[in-house]
Design a protein around this ligand. Structure first.
Ligand code: NAP
Length: 323
């Protein structure tokens, strides 16, 4: 099974590649970057090979800036993008990143036309829409990482609050990977028991917890300059689920066409059944009134941003094609 990572010289790209190299289902991996970073990704590939030898893992890792090398990939992960500093919102980087995502998605469509695109670059919901439109792929083959990572962060926060093993926490964040994320409290359970049955629920402040998860990325960026391991392992979860056709229900960004309470023509995080074909089903979750209102607000906000970004992108494309 072949996987390609575009943006492999970046912190998330190389951490994700390292996690993926360890997955037994990945036999071949291409690390892609711009030419100026070729030396770096050559170094990364050699270093990863040494690590894999220590673990008796055989995987072919090819560093390249020739995008034809992604041919035959089952999944292409895109992490390339202008970095977000702690004082920037995800939207501040939307316009430059849309251009990058649009160009790379076209290359993926050209050289790996049967692949699944996993977008990581922020703002990921908007970028997933850009990748979907630019690639021309069916929507089941264009997904984004966002709320899966948020949901993992939330699991951690809940596990600490209830002092219960993280594997016992079943919960989900849907909506936007950003300001308008929605905690699905009505579908949250601890060891299969509804969360409000626990005595610790009395001191469970939902708004405070949502704020914690919302700011988790910025908090890490403030402390160490970037998030790496969290996104990398979340990416590996998704890639492994596709390659093994696991049919897990993960919360991923996908294009909506009215399946969830009529929200349409926007990419948002929702629970999906994920397998070898990408999104095999969008799961319509039950929401209480507050959750549904928040989800609709998320849809509206992301749609507005998407429209701004795509208008800019189309304007740019038109003016550059006139030159
Ligand atoms: P980074 O370390 O700065 O790496 C950025 C990567 O993008 C590098 O590989 C760089 O390649 C490439 N790049 C930069 N400008 C480019 C351009 N104009 N054209 C083509 N490639 C370009 O950033 P990072 O920390 O890895 O983060 C990467 C992206 O992931 C960011 O958008 C970040 O916000 C996002 N992210 C998303 C999530 C999520 O849950 N969705 C989580 C974490 C991070 P060169 O070496 O060639 O410059």
């Amino acid at each position: 099974m072949k996987v390609s990572v575009i943006g492999a010289s970046g912190r998330v790209g190389k951490a994700a590649a390292f996690c993926l190299a360890e997955e037994s289902v990945v036999s071949e991996m291409v690390l892609l970057s711009r030419e100026k970073s070729l030396d770096q990704i050559q170094g990364e590939a050699l270093d990863m090979n040494d690590a894999m030898a220590a673990k008796d893992i055989r995987v072919s890792i090819t560093p390249s800036c020739n995008f034809e090398d992604m041919a035959g990939s089952k999944i292409v992960v895109i992490t390339a993008g202008v970095p977000r500093t702690a004082d920037m919102t995800r939207m501040d980087v939307a316009i430059p990143n849309a251009k990058i995502i649009s160009e790379y998605s076209r290359l993926v469509a050209k050289y790996a036309p049967e692949s699944i695109i996993l977008v990581v670059t922020n703002p990921v919901d908007v970028m997933t829409y850009v990748a979907y439109k630019a690639s021309g792929f069916p929507r089941n083959r264009v997904i984004g990482l966002g709320n899966h990572l948020d949901s993992l962060r939330l699991k951690n926060v809940i596990a600490r609050h209830f002092n219960i093993h993280v594997s016992e926490i079943h919960t989900r964040i849907i909506g936007e990977h950003g300001e308008h994320m929605v905690l699905l409290l009505s579908s949250t359970s601890v060891g299969g028991i509804l969360v409000d049955d626990f005595p610790q629920y009395q001191s469970f402040d939902v708004d405070e917890i949502v704020e914690k998860v919302k700011n988790a990325g910025s908090y890490v960026i403030n402390k160490k300059g970037a998030t790496e391991y969290g996104p990398a392992f979340a990416i590996a979860n998704i890639v492994k689920t596709v390659l093994n056709d696991e049919k897990r229900i993960l919360t991923l960004t996908t294009f909506l066409d009215g399946e969830i309470y009529g929200v349409s023509d926007v990419c948002l995080g929702v629970p999906v059944k994920l397998g070898a074909n990408g999104v095999e089903r969008i799961i319509k979750v039950k929401m209480n009134e507050d959750e549904l209102n928040s989800f609709k607000i998320a849809g509206k906000a992301v749609k507005e941003s998407t429209e701004k970004v795509t208008a800019h992108l189309n304007g740019n494309l038109n003016s550059s094609s006139e030159e």
